[in-house]
Ligand binder design. Structure first.
Ligand SMILES: C[S@@+](CC[C@H](N)C(=O)[O-])C[C@H]1O[C@@H](n2cnc3c(N)ncnc32)[C@H](O)[C@@H]1O
Length: 298
């Protein structure tokens, strides 16, 4: 059986109606907010109470528990518990799509052609894989067969999303939106029990190294410096202090002429002196010394 996509956004509490059969009070919600902030840097807005309930209720039911307080007590009592991973996976938002924010891809294609096969790309916050596979398709289209020499690092904190990404199996509906040419060149149609699905072709999958990486805590065990970093629609979940620190670390992982691609609502100009805007949500290092530059807020 193919695994399905990660949880959808589900952020509009007003649109949701739940029967609450589990005990979940205001203090439990505050505890969840505090724990996910410390674990992943994610700032859970106050209006996400119903979303938190619905996502974590599945975990409680799985453990046969009725009270969020008991679940959280157990979680906090065991720092090494595997449940931490499931807790984090449940609370991330994995909304993504192939060639999302399409205006970035012609810019990327031009950079790839200019830089050639020695290019290094990092997709940070890769979710269920649609973004890194879009990067890989763009590399293929720009470089032809030589593209197989290019490696793309794709990371995310969410292990379930990464499993979906590694499997590379998507609904035919989402793949067909890419058009006939891309569909045939980069995907294999499923049949029998896999009808209605399409799998990424092995040569495209081989270009991507999927790895778990938490942007917020601990060391980044990655192999920079990178020509290109895509980190789109990830920083929106963090506060300014966390964003500033991640930008400082991105700067140190980029080649002097590297590019950082951000999401449509992410503006880094006011957060870090290390980056300057080069195009629509595309940033470059302000100067070669930016790689070691302390950020504006420190
Ligand atoms: C909305 S998705 C964005 C996916 C893709 N970049 C795009 O724009 O379509 C946000 C992703 O950020 C990941 N994420 C959240 N906190 C993270 C952290 N601390 N470290 C790494 N990834 C994180 C989530 O797991 C999720 O897959």
């Amino acid at each position: 059986m193919f695994s399905g996509p990660g949880p959808s956004d589900g952020s509009n509490d007003n649109a949701m109606r739940f029967t609450r059969d589990l005990d979940f009070n205001a203090r439990d919600f505050e505890r969840v907010r505090d724990l996910i902030y410390r674990r992943a840097g994610i700032v859970m807005a106050e209006n996400k109470r119903e979303m938190v309930y619905s996502r974590l209720a599945k975990r409680l039911r799985l453990h046969g528990m009725n009270r969020f307080g008991d679940y959280l007590d157990r979680l906090e009592a065991r720092a090494e518990s595997e449940e931490w991973e499931a807790f984090t996976n449940a609370l991330t938002t994995n909304l993504t799509a192939f060639f999302r924010e399409a205006h970035h891809f012609p810019v990327l294609a031009e950079e790839i052609r200019r830089r050639g096969t020695g290019i290094k790309i990092w997709c940070a916050g890769a979710s269920t894989g649609e973004e890194p596979y879009s990067l890989a398709m763009t590399v293929r289209e720009a470089l032809g067969p030589a593209a197989s020499q290019v490696k793309i690092l794709a990371t995310d904190i969410d292990t379930e999303a990464l499993n979906t990404a590694r499997a590379g199996v998507y609904s035919l509906e989402s793949v067909e939106k890419l058009g006939d040419g891309r569909c045939r060149q980069f995907f294999q149609r499923g049949s029998g029990t896999r009808a209605g699905k399409a799998r990424v072709r092995p040569e495209l999958a081989a270009m991507i190294d999927f790895r778990q990486l938490n942007l917020v805590t601990g060391a980044w065990s990655i192999n920079g410096p990178f020509d290109i970093i895509f980190c789109r629609n990830v920083m929106i979940y963090f506060d300014k202090e966390t964003q500033t620190e991640i930008l400082r670390r991105f700067a140190s992982q980029m080649k002097p002429d590297g590019l950082l691609f951000a999401g449509h609502s992410e503006n880094f100009s006011f957060l870090s002196q290390a980056f300057r805007l080069r195009g629509q949500t595309v940033y470059t290092l302000a100067s070669p010394s930016s790689r070691a530059m302390p950020d504006a807020s420190r």
